[in-house]
Design a protein around this ligand. Sequence first.
Ligand code: NAG
Ligand code: NAG
Ligand code: NAG
Ligand code: NAG
Ligand code: NAG
Ligand code: NAG
Ligand code: NAG
Length: 780
Amino acid sequence: MAAYNPVNNQNNASPYGSGDPYYNESSGFITPHAPPKKRISNWIKFGIPVLIIVIVAAVVGGVLGSRKSNNESSSASSGSSGTAGGAAAASSAASAKLAIGRFATATDSKYMVPVYPSTTNTAAFTSPTFIASTNSKIAWPEDPFKPASPTVLSVRTDRPRLIAPTYKWDALPNLIANDPYLKGWNDTIFGNATEYFNLPPVVYFMDGDSGILDNAREVKMRIKAFAYAYRMSKDTKWVDRAWAEVLNAAGNGTTPFGPDVDKWNTGHFLDAAEFSSAFGIAYDWLYDMWTDDQKVAIRSTMIRYGLQPGLSTYTENASFGWWRNNITGNWNCVCNGGLTVGSLAILGDDTTGVARQLLGFTVDNAKDNCAFAVVDDGSWAETANYWYFGTTGHAEMASALLTATGSHYGLLDANTNFWKTGQYHMYVFGPTSLFDYGDHGPNKFSTTANSMFLYADQFEQPSFALHQRDQHDAAEPWSMFWYDPTVSGAFWDGAPLDHFFDNSLDQWASMRSSWTDGDALFVAIKAGRNQGHQTHNDLDAGDFVLDALGTRWAGELGSGDYRATAYFLSEAQDADRWKYYRKMTEGQNTILVDRANQNVLAAPSVKHDTSGTTQGSSTVINIPGDSTAYWTSDLTSAYFQATSVKRGVRLLNARRQVLLQDEINAQAGVQWRMHTNATVTLDGTSAKLELDGQTMEVSILNAPSGATFSTTDAVRFSTDPTPPVPDQANPGVTVLIIDLPAGTYNLQVLFNPQWPGMSASDFVTPPSVPLDNWSLTSHN
Ligand SMILES: *[C@@H]1O[C@H](CO)[C@@H](O)[C@H](O)[C@H]1NC(C)=O
Ligand SMILES: *[C@@H]1O[C@H](CO)[C@@H](O)[C@H](O)[C@H]1NC(C)=O
Ligand SMILES: *[C@@H]1O[C@H](CO)[C@@H](O)[C@H](O)[C@H]1NC(C)=O
Ligand SMILES: *[C@@H]1O[C@H](CO)[C@@H](O)[C@H](O)[C@H]1NC(C)=O
Ligand SMILES: *[C@@H]1O[C@H](CO)[C@@H](O)[C@H](O)[C@H]1NC(C)=O
Ligand SMILES: *[C@@H]1O[C@H](CO)[C@@H](O)[C@H](O)[C@H]1NC(C)=O
Ligand SMILES: *[C@@H]1O[C@H](CO)[C@@H](O)[C@H](O)[C@H]1NC(C)=O
């Protein structure tokens, strides 16, 4: 299927080959992105949308049985065409939205994921879309600043110029009154700001190799909240509190804040960049409240400790500027992003020329590097957790450039596949938590998934916004300006349950039984390269996670100790990084041969297929009996002592059971390993896992001679080389293993979650089929 790509005005072949079921141009779910940002003609605004809104209003009114909505929709449909009818219909849509409210109003307390109510109330949750409207109660006005030929150095004349220009602040109260999400987030931001108000300014803490990054992000988080609260309430107590935070982070408060020569720790430049961003926001959002002296002070501190060192990285090749040299990862996004936000904030007031010079470097550099941290299938080149840091830096930078100067200069579309990273985020998010392979990153503070709102808007992917708006981290100031309240429908409506990411860097699969059921089955598995992820990866080809019954049965151990010696130094075969349990192959849910790490140069291949099952409008999905998906990989190149290692995983029995199959021919001992928080009861070729009041039965089918389950602790073998500093403990984690001598094996492990109401006879025992023979019907 050829898909029209509006970016290059060409019909592009699907990157997944012809007939790819995920490249659906009509569903509005996974479509090629539109150029940032399509403008709708007035004719369309007042013509066709009236019909859409009338239909939506009628449907919603009917569903909710609201007399008011019914009355309004009928008055809208009887209204004459043009503005009058449009206004009535838009007001009807607005009241219908208020009536629905926020859909997922609770989060799972353990995993903080949204709890979606079970409903077959299908009519309210239709295809993701943005309803065209000019009604100021439900839609943002257009930005009056539209330079014909934008340049980085020509900024709008009104303040704020960053992310939230005045026209947006003016529109916001009306939108809040008519949008339950904005209303809830506004309340939460005020609540959070009040909490921070009562705390002392952030206390300087130098955290080894992680520097003062936590400090920087916490200061930024607070300043955003204080500045937001001031602008919405005009209460100057927020300005005073923001100033106290600024003074403190400048070392001019009552407690010391770092050494005078380098307060923002430029050696770990993320810190200096995030402080620059925080000071930029303070400067710009509270511009009218600062005295000239305060402005001079903010500028001088930002230039001295952030921008000038940043400029040196470009002009003098300062050693701490390594992140600008071919780094496609979060460092490039965060460093260029912070320097850009800071520079844009003071451009024009800055008499040193530093801001102007920096903008001549950062924008192009981020376009060439940061923008390419998304590979062609949408995966973030580092890890699922580092996606948050990278996209937050990227989105802040793109948004600040758009609002301040009228263009993003290619940051959003120099990489024509960038838009797919929203899709990556949705698929890497399971019913309980992320497929959290590799390093997890530092504390997030000001880092969220709210780039999804900007990307939804800029790439016209409404499902991104619909997915994010129910998440626990949605309530923060950026969301108030990036969220387009005309978004409507349900992200799950029409969403394929499975997706495969095939770029050789990652090669991973996401397969589930529902998008909205917290108890759903979810399997995610990866192959990919063991290098090339900014040294945030593990030696983990074949690694998987498994969710079912609201808990994670096979999980990840996460980051090692970032302060551990040589943790980030190298990803060569003999690197110290690979001596830490959480990073070595032993610490992964995969096959271990000869008790040895995988080859860092592994280059696996993968195959897969899916029934293409999509969820419908309802949060209750009935899975057809033949609905399945599978993914197989040839992992041989990852092993030194094996002639062949292949691994496959498939969903069985209408996505209620999972088969994991390994075909191994090894010249040294083999171990099948899986890390679990469950309590494990062993019984030969079967094991009972119990966790969170639920049960998972695991069994070895057609067990080769000698293949039984046993368990071990999540610690290194005594024969392993000793890492520079001791490993972290993994309390509560048990490793379920199958331990075998050298030989040729077909290991088939069946996972049967004990679903409520399902009896033993409802489970299937699949036939034994070689991986090379797997097909959609091979296990029927
Ligand atoms: C935002 O939230 C604050 C605190 O709850 C409230 O006082 C204020 O009225 C809200 N703003 C709007 C526009 O509703
Ligand atoms: C903001 O407030 C909400 C609601 O009380 C809370 O759940 C959340 O943790 C707070 N967020 C931060 C970053 O403090
Ligand atoms: C902090 O103090 C230094 C030294 O007096 C001054 O140069 C700088 O402008 C001050 N910055 C702030 C934000 O107060
Ligand atoms: C910095 O390094 C780059 C690439 O190695 C080189 O092209 C450039 O001339 C250097 N600049 C300075 C000021 O040394
Ligand atoms: C940048 O990285 C790419 C991909 O790893 C590599 O092919 C290229 O040679 C690198 N360029 C420089 C200047 O290091
Ligand atoms: C154990 O539970 C913790 C907390 O939910 C989670 O972070 C970790 O990934 C789990 N470990 C495994 C092996 O599932
Ligand atoms: C696997 O497929 C091959 C080629 O289609 C076929 O010859 C062979 O019989 C199949 N083996 C099994 C066990 O199904």
